[in-house]
Design a protein around this ligand. Structure first.
Ligand SMILES: *Cc1c(COP(=O)(O)O)cnc(C)c1O
Length: 435
């Protein structure tokens, strides 16, 4: 940040503070991670200058297949960025073993929009996971394009198990006969049975989309079952467990490839962010290494260790635990007197621990207040933390919970957290450069 430092003190101060915040705090937001220096380099590169509407290929009129020898861009000078996009596409296909990959979506939400349009029309019915039970805004919230253009029928988790009840999902599907069934979640701590969803979709003649935004890294490493064999289309973000730059991606079977490409560009987007696509290519190369598989296994082992330690401290975990990288603490109802999710999020912040409030299934508080806290292990695992550190993190969280109104105590925990984090250095090269 040498140049920004010289010419823009205000911007530099904010960016410098963020660098320190990331390095000195415990990052437990389940959807966040720390990218490699290779990804940072790609995203900060001159590729941001290039316009490249279109694709590095065209469909051959003769065979109706993709032909990389045909020019598919609307601008000149794309010969090098074509290579960048081809690398990202080929690596994505290799990671997931899928027939087609579109790496252009600017975000997970953009990926979902293009994917829905590729297989259904406005007014059609989507059966999807309720937001307050772990779903995502783009799965049908009235304030999202999804809720305003499509007829949404939600499914939730079972009240006793707090897990998917496939018989109940089948019952609703048979009743409403949706054109599309959607699964995937932002806050569901358990494995998802994609095969069962496929069977239900087939029984009612629906298309089936999986949004694996949260678990894409786990799937890449074989730590969670892959949706690729079962779903018509799979959408994802690239910046959560997958540990790439902020962005989206769509994977699909050959038969949907053309529709997906058209609905990304020109359907819902203009020029692709080529610097971000370079970052995706860099991250995908990393995702193909044995180290990445080890990392994802550790993410899940750490989540299991953190859940166990929190259970032992008498926290109430939604569905009693986790199979993946995240968990939800149910802090109880207002009558029970503990902090709300919002209050606990604020207290954690004061103690140097970053997490987010989240609704729990059948929450009695408003979503902006909520009764839960969502915790994830991807970011702390990237820093090198293991099971022993998860036990310490559970201790910090328990201390914050017991002292959630005590400003002094929270400040003293913050000091401990900073020392704890200093044992797991992050971005030392960038810190060094910006001292
Ligand atoms: C994060 C997330 C998205 C959207 O990602 P953005 O990049 O923020 O648009 C979509 N679906 C699910 C399930 C997510 O968790």
């Amino acid at each position: 940040m040498k140049i920004i430092k010289k010419q823009d003190a205000e911007l530099y101060a904010a960016m410098q503070s963020e660098l320190y915040r990331q390095s000195e705090n415990l990052e437990l937001i389940a959807s966040e991670n720390f990218v490699s220096n290779a990804v940072l380099e790609a995203v900060g590169s001159v590729l941001t200058n290039k316009y490249a509407e279109g694709y590095p290929y065209r469909w051959s009129k003769k065979t109706d297949k993709i032909n990389y020898k045909l020019y598919g861009r609307y601008y000149g000078g794309c010969e090098y960025i074509d290579k960048v996009e081809e690398l990202a596409i080929e690596r994505a296909k290799e990671i997931y073993g899928c027939e087609h990959a579109n790496v252009q979506p600017h975000s997970g939400s953009q990926a979902n929009m293009a994917a829905y349009f590729a297989i259904i029309k406005p007014g059609d019915t989507i059966l999807s996971l309720e937001l307050s039970h772990g779903g995502h805004l783009t799965h049908g919230h009235p304030l999202s394009f999804s809720g305003s253009l499509f007829n949404i029928v939600p499914y939730g988790v079972n009240k006793d198990t707090e897990q998917f009840d496939y018989d109940e999902i089948r019952r609703i599907a048979k009743e409403v006969k949706p054109q599309m069934i959607l699964t995937g979640a932002s806050a569901y701590p358990r494995k998802i049975d994609f095969k069962k969803f496929r069977e239900i979709a087939d029984e009612v003649g629906a298309k089936f989309i999986v949004d694996m935004a949260h678990i894409a890294g786990l799937v890449a490493a074989g730590v969670h079952e892959s949706p690729i064999p079962y779903a018509d289309i799979v959408t994802t973000t690239t910046h959560k467990t997958l540990r790439g730059p902020r962005g989206g991606m769509i994977l699909c079977k050959e038969e949907y490839a053309k529709a997906v490409d058209r609905w990304v560009f020109p359907g819902t987007q203009g020029g692709p962010l080529m610097h971000v696509i370079a970052g995706k290519a860099a991250a995908f190369k990393e995702a193909l290494t044995p180290e990445f598989i080890g990392y994802q296994k550790q993410v899940v082992a750490n989540a299991a260790a953190l859940a166990k330690a929190l259970n032992e401290k008498d926290f109430n975990l939604v569905s009693s635990g986790t199979d993946n990288h995240l968990m939800l603490l149910n802090l109880g109802t207002e009558e029970e007197g503990g902090p709300s999710g919002k209050k606990m999020e604020g207290s954690l912040d004061k103690a140097g621990i970053t997490a987010n409030k989240n609704t729990v299934p059948f929450d009695t508080r408003k979503p902006f207040v909520a009764s839960g806290i969502r915790l994830g292990t991807p970011a702390v695992t990237t820093r090198g933390m293991k099971e022993a550190q998860m036990i310490q993190i559970a201790e910090f969280i328990s201390q914050v919970h017991k002292n959630f109104k005590d400003e002094e105590k929270l400040a003293s925990i913050k000091n401990e957290v900073r020392e704890f984090c200093a044992q797991f250095p992050l971005y030392t090269n960038i810190l060094e450069e910006n001292k």
